[in-house]
Design a protein around this ligand. Structure first.
Ligand code: HGY
Ligand code: MN
Ligand code: MN
Ligand code: MN
Length: 409
């Protein structure tokens, strides 16, 4: 039966319809076979599909699509050069074998919340932007939040262009292969000036909201966290003819390193992970000449990260990226909590050990808030990452209430 135009569907129903349609659009993109999660790396085919999807969502709403010098995508309602706007969004890329929600939940919810505001007839007093940051996970080139770091000047463009992926492809070559101009990479103060405030909605990566019994929560702070690279050198030789006593096998050093990392993390009260290893040459019948391992260290108390690095000094870790502790904007967090209150929602405050573009924008002086959506499994960066649809739709309502409050003040 035809819906009666005089009584458009409730705004929430509009948001829910947008959410479901967008979610099903994205579901197949970069999905590995046999439920092994998502592989959505920057400047690959799935990234291209995701960028096209974002552009299509913006065009369908008549939003102005802008791609900044780092390749981040922005969809604007209103003119942010006339007055800095309120921005919401996240990222569309994933870690290898990642879950469906980390990143895309924030971008899909942004478009759904926009549709709710339009269905409610909200007339914003300031521009509203939707953002999708490129290469947030740093899964391919090793530096997390590469897009937002380039935007804010926190990642040197020459260094970025030279970063290599597992195949030795540089970021510059990857951009060229994706039809983008690597020489354009760099800080984009004009794009950054347009951001008066940033609110990132994200699936919770943990079970704080499961324990509190709330569907959504408000970010309080982001732990300090960094990545280091460790080189372990050996002497390449034949697996079948080299006596054990004559070997210089870097795999033995790797085994010891992983144990040292665990012991140092336990001593320091930090989270430390050896999450990526490159063995060169990588053959079953050859002792490798070199093993490169990446180390991820985080802790609520930054000094604990320092303690871990001090305990591993003998391995001469080279820092790849560092994000200081981010205390999210307290006034903005109060705004989010107030908006949640008008929507009849609680607003528990959550710290997180997961890094986000929100942390990079906050470090660049942008007032920043985070909204978390309950994750029943608490798992993230793995296929078991989850969020119930009802909680996702509550997240859309919460984001819409937050954006309405911020754009109409
Ligand atoms: O690594 C992180 O914490 C984030 O998901 N990029
Ligand atoms: Mn992530
Ligand atoms: Mn994320
Ligand atoms: Mn992140």
């Amino acid at each position: 039966d035809r819906t009666d135009d005089a009584h458009p569907p409730a705004a929430d129903a509009v948001g829910a319809a947008t959410f479901r349609r967008a979610w099903s659009d994205l579901a197949p993109v970069g999905r590995a076979p046999d439920g092994a999660g998502y592989h959505r790396f920057a400047w690959t085919r799935s990234d291209h599909t995701l960028r096209e999807w974002f552009a299509g969502q913006a065009a369908a709403r008549g939003l102005d699509l802008v791609t900044d010098r780092a390749g981040n995508q922005w969809a604007w309602w209103g003119d942010p050069d006339a007055r800095p706007g309120v921005v919401t969004g996240s990222h569309l890329d994933s870690v290898p074998g990642g879950g469906a929600f980390d990143g895309p939940l924030g971008v899909v919810s942004a478009f759904a919340a926009y549709d709710v505001l339009r269905a409610r007839g909200v007339r914003p007093g300031r521009p509203l932007g939707i953002a999708s940051f490129v290469d947030e996970e740093g899964a391919r080139f090793g530096v997390a939040c590469a897009g937002s770091r380039l935007l804010t000047g926190a990642l040197d463009p020459d260094r970025a262009r030279g970063l290599r992926d597992a195949d030795g492809t540089t970021m510059a070559d990857a951009l060229r292969a994706a039809g983008q101009d690597p020489s354009s990479l760099g800080p984009d103060p004009e794009a950054l000036r347009r951001v008066g405030a940033f609110v990132e909605l994200h699936v919770e990566q943990g079970r704080g909201l499961v324990h509190s019994g709330d569907p959504v929560g408000v970010g309080r702070m982001i732990w300090p966290h960094g990545r280091w690279r460790v080189e372990l050198r050996g002497v390449a030789n034949h697996a079948g003819t080299t006596p054990l006593a004559d070997r210089r096998d870097p795999m033995l050093d790797l085994a010891a390193f992983v144990q040292h990392v665990r012991a140092a993390a336990l001593d320091a009260g930090a989270l430390a992970t050896v999450g990526k290893v490159r063995v060169e040459p990588n053959g079953v019948n050859a002792i490798p000449s070199q093993v490169t391992a990446w180390l991820d260290v985080r802790a609520e108390d930054g000094s604990a990260v320092g303690d871990v690095l001090a305990a591993l000094a003998a391995y001469a870790p080279a820092q790849e990226s560092w994000t200081s502790a981010t205390v999210l904007d307290a006034d903005l967090a109060d705004d989010v909590a107030a908006a949640l209150g008008t929507a009849g929602l609680g607003s528990p405050r959550l710290g997180t050990g997961a890094g986000h573009d929100a942390g990079i924008l906050a470090a660049a002086g942008v007032p920043t808030a985070m909204l978390f959506v309950r994750n029943p499994s608490g798992v993230s960066h793995a296929p078991a990452e989850s969020a119930d649809e009802a909680d996702c739709l509550t997240g859309v309502d919460a984001l819409a209430a937050t954006l309405e409050r911020l754009v109409t003040r």
